[in-house]
Design a protein around this ligand. Structure first.
Ligand code: SF4
Length: 255
């Protein structure tokens, strides 16, 4: 009953429409916090561990990066760190092609939903994947939001939602605060949905009405939304995809 049933963002309408040069700016304006965090970590350390590469790589595929762009993007960053070009080609390029269905079983892997990110594969030390609203220490989350210039009242609201384990609602609040709208107008279930809605809003594709009253309507917004509860068993949103991903693990020999 907790399966994610929305669009899987595997059909990339934007394929090839995003340039690599745009990603830094997009990560600030239109990426959800989970992907903004992964992008920053990649730029800072020139590396991401397996869980991060999967979560971020599939998200980037979902926003429209072609296979060629993905190979260039990861290679450029990794060779600025400890990985030389030869090691990249041998150790990492295969797995990127695999993500795009060009190797192995040729499955076209779909970007992860919020449910999957929140409920499975929690990050360990040195990992940057996961959902910051679910997996970050509240104090660190607070500091991060402060550094992103979220106003104190907004941070308080976000932390309250996190405390109540309403992680996706906390993310919706972050969207509202970073896009200067009072009501997000949709129920957030997927990082790629966040990106698409952000771009639609910023590019004027849709007008969101600014409400005069911003009295607490977060409960109403919860209607129809999958609610996260850490008491639930860590079930998978997509058992078939998980089985396929297990096969894929073998290709990630490098950490
Ligand atoms: Fe990412 Fe979803 Fe968490 Fe938002 S709620 S940070 S989109 S996993």
């Amino acid at each position: 009953s907790h399966s994610y049933v929305g669009p899987d963002y595997s059909v990339q309408k934007n394929t090839g429409k995003i340039s690599l040069e745009q990603i830094d700016a997009l990560s600030v304006k239109s990426f959800p916090l989970c992907m903004r965090q992964l992008h920053r970590a990649l730029r800072d350390s020139h590396h991401l561990r397996h869980g991060g590469r999967m979560q971020y790589g599939l998200f980037l595929k979902g926003i429209g990066l072609t296979l060629e762009q993905a190979l260039e993007f990861w290679k450029k960053e990794f060779i600025r760190g400890k990985v030389d070009a030869d090691k990249f080609d041998k150790g990492y390029a295969y797995s990127i092609r695999h993500n795009y269905g060009k190797e192995g079983k040729r499955t076209d892997y779909t970007p992860y939903s919020c449910m999957k990110i929140i409920m499975t594969n929690p990050p360990s030390q040195g990992d940057y994947h996961g959902c910051p609203f679910r997996h970050s220490d509240p104090e660190l989350l607070k500091q991060k939001l402060q550094s992103y210039k979220i106003p104190p009242s907004g941070i308080t609201q976000i932390l309250e939602l996190v405390k109540g384990m309403h992680f996706q609602l906390a993310c919706q609040k972050y969207f509202e605060l970073t896009h200067d709208v009072d009501d997000i107008g949709f129920s957030l279930n997927h990082p790629n949905q966040y990106f698409t809605e952000s771009q639609r809003l910023l590019n004027g594709g849709r007008e969101l009405k600014k409400e005069l009253s911003n009295s607490g309507n977060s409960q109403q917004k919860n209607n129809g939304q999958e609610s996260m509860n850490s008491n639930l068993p860590p079930t998978s949103s997509n058992a078939t995809a998980d089985t396929e991903l297990e096969g894929l693990e073998a290709y990630f020999t490098e950490d």
